[in-house]
Ligand binder design. Structure first.
Ligand code: DAH
Length: 360
């Protein structure tokens, strides 16, 4: 597009140059005054001083005029150039000043107002219960161990004495995972309980040992009281002369710390990796034994599974069952969290809805 400010015929005599200068002189003040922001001003400036500007064109003509007049004409062009440049700078400074002025006139920004508080989060209810339980066992001298959620069948089942046809090993209960590339025969699964930690730790350490571990476990289950992913903790103590009295003492301390001192009872039960095996109840925390809806009228609440570690498990882990004995206990973390906070549906805990989680 032709620049409207550029002269259509190039000035080739001093007179033509003076005509061009008169034209610039007539326009530049107005053009700059009409520019209302920096970009418009720079565009206007370019029409005079830019590569295709009127003054630049006039300077290029200088070679064509007689040498005797060149110097004087050059001085007139340069004087005009200086005037345009000065006017541009003055207008630019004026625009900057106006912008700053407008900023200062705008509604005040009060730096002393208090900031908007960032909402503070907290630990998930299950994590709170997990930390409380780990604390109890730490205080009793247990060492906290971390374990994987994906493990081998031998750690989760076989070395714990589960026979291959045990219903827990079945596809219906267990998430089996494809074996890794380098080991096509490995039997890999999402651990179904934290008891895998017994095998892993007992195979890696020498007694005496007191270990506690908590984490995520998986079973093919889904209803208001069962989710495919849930949480458990496991604790075990192996040494010479460990008896069920030690087990009962630890459980009593555990219950006292978490629920307040209250009676505890053992009922015989079966788990492949303990002998004898027990289920442990505590006096109901709601009715204190009178019988209520929560304890189904029995006055007792089931809290964990436990027992004396089976000699076969020791043998599988390279520990001499003639010399050592030990107890193990394990329980879910989700049910105590539901009981503590009165949560009716387990699935609510894992939907990640902040409106729910904020309540605890
Ligand atoms: N692993 C068992 C389960 O998932 C819980 C359990 C029972 C753990 C008895 C133990 C135990 O250590 O001795 O139901």
């Amino acid at each position: 597009m032709a620049d409207p400010a550029a002269p259509s015929t190039a000035p080739s005599s001093p007179n033509a140059i003076d005509v061009a200068l008169a034209d610039v002189d007539a326009r530049y003040r107005d053009d700059f005054a009409k520019a209302l922001d920096e970009q418009a001003l720079r565009e206007a400036n370019a029409r005079f001083l830019g590569r295709n500007g009127a003054l630049t064109a006039a300077l290029k003509e200088m070679g064509k005029i007689p040498a005797t007049e060149r110097k004087a004409a050059g001085q007139r062009v340069n004087a005009m150039k200086g005037a345009v440049e000065a006017a541009f700078e003055a207008r630019l400074a004026g625009l900057h000043r106006a912008a700053r002025e407008a900023e200062l006139q705008a509604p005040p920004f009060d730096l002393t107002l208090p900031g908007r508080a960032a909402p503070r989060g907290h630990l998930h209810p299950v994590t709170q219960v997990r930390e409380d339980i780990l604390d109890v066992f730490r205080d009793l001298g247990f060492v906290v161990a971390e374990g994987p959620q994906v493990d081998l069948e031998e750690n989760n089942f076989t070395k714990l004495g589960f026979p291959p046809d045990h219903p827990a090993v079945d596809m219906q209960d267990t998430f089996w995972v494809k074996p890794p590339k380098g080991a096509p025969d490995a039997r890999v699964l999402l651990r179904t309980h934290t008891s895998n930690m017994q095998v892993r730790e007992m195979s890696a350490r020498k007694p005496p040992m007191a270990i506690v571990s908590a984490g995520t476990v998986y079973r093919v289950d889904d209803d208001p009281t069962h989710t495919p992913m849930f949480h458990q903790m496991e604790a075990f103590y192996v040494d010479e002369h460990v008896t069920m009295a030690h087990l009962k003492g630890v459980i009593a301390a555990f219950v006292a710390k978490l629920f307040g001192e209250r009676p505890v009872r053992f009922r015989p039960s079966y788990f492949p990796f303990v002998e004898p095996g027990v289920e442990v109840d505590m006096r109901c925390t709601f009715c204190e034994g009178a019988g209520c809806r929560l304890c189904k009228g029995t006055g007792w609440m089931e809290i964990l599974g436990a027992g004396m570690i089976h000699p076969v498990v020791f043998e599988h882990c390279g520990i001499d069952p003639e010399k050592y004995s030990g107890f193990a206990l394990g329980t879910g973390l989700d049910r105590p969290a539901m009981q503590r906070y009165g949560i009716p549906d387990l699935r609510l805990m894992f939907e990640g809805d902040v409106r729910f989680l904020e309540q605890f």
